[in-house]
Structures are given as structure tokens and as C-alpha cells.
Design a protein around this ligand. Structure first.
Ligand code: URA
Ligand code: SF4
Length: 219
């Protein structure tokens, strides 16, 4: 089993520019093969809030930047409505390369959910981002991010919208020394986009309400 570790910078506490340069050379799992770019996080060291999504989408893969497509526009609206200044958020994904299926006779690329093995392989990048940014609060957007941060048995449906102690005693970050001590899990913005028209507004309002809870915990 391989992971991203050999591709991280060898300096002790790599900063964000070093990490985002190094991630382009990552071959920690097979997802680099078909993607256009690795998509690293954006934001500043010391940002009080870190938002973690699943993986880049089609638009993000082409642009090399996180959350710039339809899900990103929805996220921007939700942040604004929750009163969170975009400048205070560092935005990234649990997996840095786009996983997709191609369809025969079409150039369309269909999103495929990353597997547990991809999340595990890519975890060293997220871990390094958390170490460099040291946010006060982490928000997991959807199940992939929540499981990357809390462990595979975590269920967003059962614990969404709650400020949880982080890192938990069990799970991938157990025992990590960090100034980050709170996590909130919520739905992924794409889940709002996928909701049918009758429930979409309610789903959006739920996302905004959860983000407000996270905002209230910021210094
Ligand atoms: N969905 C994600 O999880 N991340 C992105 O960057 C874009 C869409
Ligand atoms: Fe490396 Fe993550 Fe890309 Fe896999 S998805 S190649 S682990 S950066």
C-alpha cells in the first residue's frame, strides 16, 4: 500500500507554497494518472476556519483551484449568508485529484466518489495543511471529509451541525498535538445542488445554519 508520504517536502514544517508545489508531483495513488491538476487548498496560514470538501470536481480539475465550479459558487453564497468572510476561511479537499468515470462516446467526465483507499493515501496532504494553517475550527463538508477527519465510522447524518471536540480519541488524528480543537460536520454543497427543487431551499438553509454554528465558535 502506498500513500502520499514520499511526495511531501522533506523539510520539517513545510509551508503552504511548498506543499502546493510538491502536490503536483504526487503519485501516492493512481488518481494522478487521469486528472489534469492536483488541486491544493487555498487560503492563508492562521485562517481561523478550514473548510474541507471531498475532491476537486471537473471545473476544479481543469483550473487547478478548489471550489470554483457550481458547488463552489453555492458554498460562497452559503458562507456569505452565514456571515463568514471568505478571507477567514482556508478551503481544501480530502482528496487532491479528481476521480471520475468517462462515458463511451462522450467527453463528459462523471464524478466518482473517492474510495477509503484514496482518502487514506491522500491524508498526508490534509494533515500537512492542518499543521500549517492551524485553524480554530474545521468544517467537514460531507461524508468523505468527515471520515477523513473523524474516522470511517463517523456518520454526518447523526452528528451534523454539532461542534465536536477534535481530534477525537480514536481515529486518524488521535493524539495529534494541535491548536485546532473543534470540528463541525455538515452536508456537502453538491448535496444541495442535487436536491430536488422542493427540498433544495431547505437543504441550503440547513447548510447555512450549520455554518453559522461554526462561525459562532470562531475567535
Ligand atoms: N466539490 C468538492 O468537494 N470540492 C471542490 O473543490 C469542488 C467540488
Ligand atoms: Fe497523491 Fe492524493 Fe493525488 Fe492520490 S489523490 S496522487 S494521494 S495527491
Amino acid at each position: 500500500r502506498t500513500d502520499a508520504t514520499p511526495f511531501l517536502p522533506h523539510t520539517p514544517d513545510p509551508d503552504l507554497p511548498e506543499l502546493s508545489e510538491a502536490v503536483q508531483g504526487c503519485r501516492g495513488c493512481e488518481l494522478y494518472q487521469d486528472a489534469t491538476h492536483a488541486v491544493f487548498g487555498e487560503g492563508r496560514r492562521g485562517a481561523p476556519l478550514m473548510l474541507v470538501g471531498e475532491q476537486p470536481g471537473d471545473a476544479e480539475d481543469r483550473a487547478g483551484r478548489p471550489f470554483i465550479g457550481p458547488a463552489g459558487r453555492l458554498l460562497d453564497r452559503a458562507l456569505a449568508e452565514a456571515g463568514i468572510d471568505r478571507e477567514r476561511a482556508y478551503v481544501t479537499n480530502a482528496v487532491k485529484h479528481f476521480r471520475f468515470k468517462s462515458t463511451a462516446g462522450s467527453t463528459r467526465r462523471i464524478h466518482a466518489t473517492p474510495g477509503a483507499g484514496h482518502i487514506r493515501a491522500c491524508a498526508p496532504w490534509l494533515r500537512a495543511e492542518l499543521g500549517a494553517v492551524e485553524p480554530d475550527v474545521v468544517v467537514a463538508l460531507g461524508a468523505t471529509a468527515a471520515q477523513a477527519l473523524m474516522g470511517p465510522s463517523f456518520r454526518v447524518t447523526q452528528q451534523r451541525g454539532l461542534l465536536l471536540d477534535w481530534p477525537p480519541e480514536a481515529g486518524p488524528y488521535a493524539g495529534v498535538q494541535t491548536r485546532t480543537h473543534l470540528l463541525l460536520a455538515t452536508i456537502h454543497p453538491s448535496a444541495v445542488l442535487r436536491a430536488d427543487p422542493q427540498t433544495r431551499e431547505e437543504a441550503f438553509a440547513g447548510l447555512v445554519a450549520d455554518l453559522r454554528v461554526a462561525a459562532q465558535a470562531l475567535p
